[in-house]
Design a protein around this ligand. Structure first.
Ligand code: HEM
Length: 370
């Protein structure tokens, strides 16, 4: 059934299939209360890559380090054919007090990524890295086939993340602002329940070998249907009144939610959550007024469960509705997210001398490291 006039289905026509798994859409004539958009990729694009390449400093130091500059030299290497299509720099001080700097890097296919890692010298450098006391390194590469990837943007002019590789932006989509809409936007969900490897709540093996993660190179095995969300907030375009409202009322609620996922995420199936500041690539002291949360869940259902039922996201959601009402819907805050649900072979997760709570190292507690 076609959506009502003026709305498009979130799933692009070439990725639509006859459903064997019912949609969560409340009714075929459902109309969301405000518009959102999805990236449209060319039909030739079969998969894409988002890599998180990071360095971790135990001393909590600030500013872009020499180690980060090394990462940048590969990402921006002008001599390679398959340069990334887009990249951003971001940083966060984590709950252990370590300062983490990352490049979030996008390619338009696994082939382009493989060529880049070999041609740029990154692979050789990465393989030769030794554990050092002064810093750790991590590499988290996600390689979703396009049917396992979805985006939603509050804005159809300024794009973000994988949107930099889009062919076009959709018109207003029908599938948003109801619980389950994220799943309905994922093409693979038409025929697949995307069930992950759920882990029992709060399982932690205190006798595991995690104590020495700072002295080892560790590869974490991919998990079936690992769910990744990158959820971004950009208040750079807001006028003073909205800006003040965002910083004083919305941002604190977001921080509380992200602190919960970071510190108690195992209660809801979240392995890792980092609320990161996007930093200016050339001048790290310059604020960009942009953040994003990057979070890894054991199952898409766990991410859905947290967002629709946990107080911390309900508070974020509720505050946003109030925020919109107070500003009479005249909002310049931009929000987006990209979500992927991955097969084990669509994940490369490697940690060199990082502390035990870093990214998917946290899943080692649940028996998946080698
Ligand atoms: C959905 C608000 C941050 C996870 C939504 C929706 C709103 C919202 C309005 C419904 C949107 C739609 O479908 O069009 C916000 C605001 C945030 C924020 C204002 C920050 C200022 C986050 C973060 C995460 C997250 C950081 C995850 C780490 C989700 C998920 C859904 C959702 C998974 C979709 C649920 C589903 O469709 O079943 N949020 N959110 N949100 N949000 Fe948030």
């Amino acid at each position: 059934m076609a959506p009502p006039d003026g709305l498009e289905p979130a799933i692009a026509p070439h990725l639509q299939q006859e459903r064997t798994v019912p949609a969560r859409l409340p009714s075929t004539d459902y109309q969301p209360p405000f518009p959102s958009y999805s990236a449209r990729f060319s039909e030739e694009l079969k998969d894409l890559v988002m890599a998180v390449i990071g360095v971790q400093h135990p001393d909590g130091s600030n500013g872009l380090s020499n180690e980060f500059e090394k990462i940048r030299s590969f990402v921006e290497n002008p001599t390679v054919q398959c340069s990334p299509r887009h990249w951003e720099a971001a940083s966060v001080v984590d709950s252990s007090g370590y300062f983490n700097e990352v490049a979030i890097v996008y390619w338009r296919s696994r082939r382009e990524f493989e060529e880049w890692r070999s041609e740029s010298g990154f692979d050789e450098w990465w393989k030769g890295l030794e554990v050092e006391e002064s810093h750790g390194w991590f590499l988290e590469v996600f390689l979703p086939s396009i049917d396992r990837f979805e985006t939603v943007f509050s804005d159809n002019v300024v794009t973000e993340g994988a949107g930099h590789m889009q062919e076009s932006i959709s018109g207003p989509i029908q599938q948003h602002v109801y619980w389950g809409s994220m799943r309905d936007r994922l093409p693979a969900s038409q025929t697949d329940h995307l069930t992950g490897e759920k882990t029992p709540e709060g399982v932690h093996d205190t006798n595991s070998s995690l104590a020495d993660t700072r002295t080892r190179r560790i590869r974490v095995t991919g998990r079936q249907n690992l769910a990744i969300i990158r959820s971004g907030q950009d208040w750079s375009n807001t006028k003073p009144l909205e800006r003040e409202k965002y910083l004083n009322t919305m941002h604190p609620v977001l921080i509380r939610g992200m602190d919960f996922l970071r510190d108690k995420g195992d209660e809801v199936g979240c392995f890792s959550c980092r609320l990161m500041d996007v930093v200016d690539k050339t001048s790290p002291a310059t604020s960009t007024d942009k953040t994003f949360a990057l979070a890894y869940f054991d199952d898409l259902a766990s991410l859905e469960g947290w967002s629709k039922a946990h107080k911390t996201h309900l508070d974020i959601f509720g505050r946003f509705l109030q925020y919109a009402a107070e500003l009479e819907n005249d909002i310049s805050l931009r929000l987006f997210h990209e979500v992927m649900v991955l097969e084990p072979e669509q994940q490369i997760l490697e940690y060199i001398g990082c502390h035990e709570g870093t990214g998917m190292l946290a899943s080692m507690n649940r028996g998946t490291a080698s």
